[in-house]
Design a protein around this ligand. Structure first.
Ligand SMILES: Cc1cc2nc3c(=O)[nH]c(=O)nc-3n(C[C@H](O)[C@H](O)[C@H](O)COP(=O)(O)O)c2cc1C
Length: 170
């Protein structure tokens, strides 16, 4: 084994799933960004968390409204990940620019993402400042699956591939 810098080892962690985080600003305008640093962090209560950079427009949105959608990107959303991960809601309306299709939420005021494998509606219960990111913890208040199952999207470090094919898991 050889010791290397932390930045070097992280390039070897893939594949990683991609979570699409949607949040609205104070005026109710939705924004979306991909996040690799998201996970389930409690079973009861059902909680997820995501680490969002302080400079992201999404950070401001979640701070302002206390709500977000946590959606596992679907297998065909690689280009969407690239588009929404290289632009900021501070500068453009990503939903308009990239013609992103949405669906109505059940419990919060943030739209769901069509084409995603899973959509979770979340309300922030806690947050932790971690260096240049904040980890936002969200309680899952509603969950949605597409009418036909969609596989998740795996990130191999900038190249994307579908996760394992899924059947009827119900
Ligand atoms: C695959 C991928 C994963 C990413 N993961 C994260 C992450 O976990 N946390 C984060 O703050 N930014 C992450 N980013 C960067 C943001 O998505 C990117 O800076 C985005 O443009 C921010 O948009 P916003 O300013 O509209 O919020 C990721 C980008 C990509 C492409």
């Amino acid at each position: 084994m050889k010791q290397v810098g932390p930045g070097e080892v992280l390039a070897h962690k893939y594949p990683e799933w991609v979570i699409m985080i949607i949040a609205c600003d104070a005026e109710g305008r939705p924004n979306i960004m991909p996040a690799g640093w998201g996970m389930i962090c409690s079973g009861d209560p059902r909680l997820v968390c995501v680490s969002i950079g302080l400079t992201r427009y999404t950070h401001r949105c979640i701070e302002e409204t206390g709500e977000f959608v946590f959606a596992w990107a679907g297998e065909k959303q690689g280009q969407l990940v690239k588009d929404t991960g290289s632009t900021s809601g501070r500068d453009i309306d990503k939903f308009e620019k990239f013609r992103i299709r949405t669906a109505d939420p059940a419990e919060i005021s943030v739209p769901l993402l069509q084409g995603a494998a899973i959509n979770l509606e979340c309300r922030v219960t806690d947050s932790l400042l971690t260096g240049d990111h904040t980890i936002f913890v969200g309680e899952v208040v509603a969950a949605h699956l597409p009418d036909e199952p969609i596989a998740t999207l795996l990130n191999f470090g900038g190249e994307f591939a579908p996760g394992a094919p899924i059947g009827d898991l119900t």
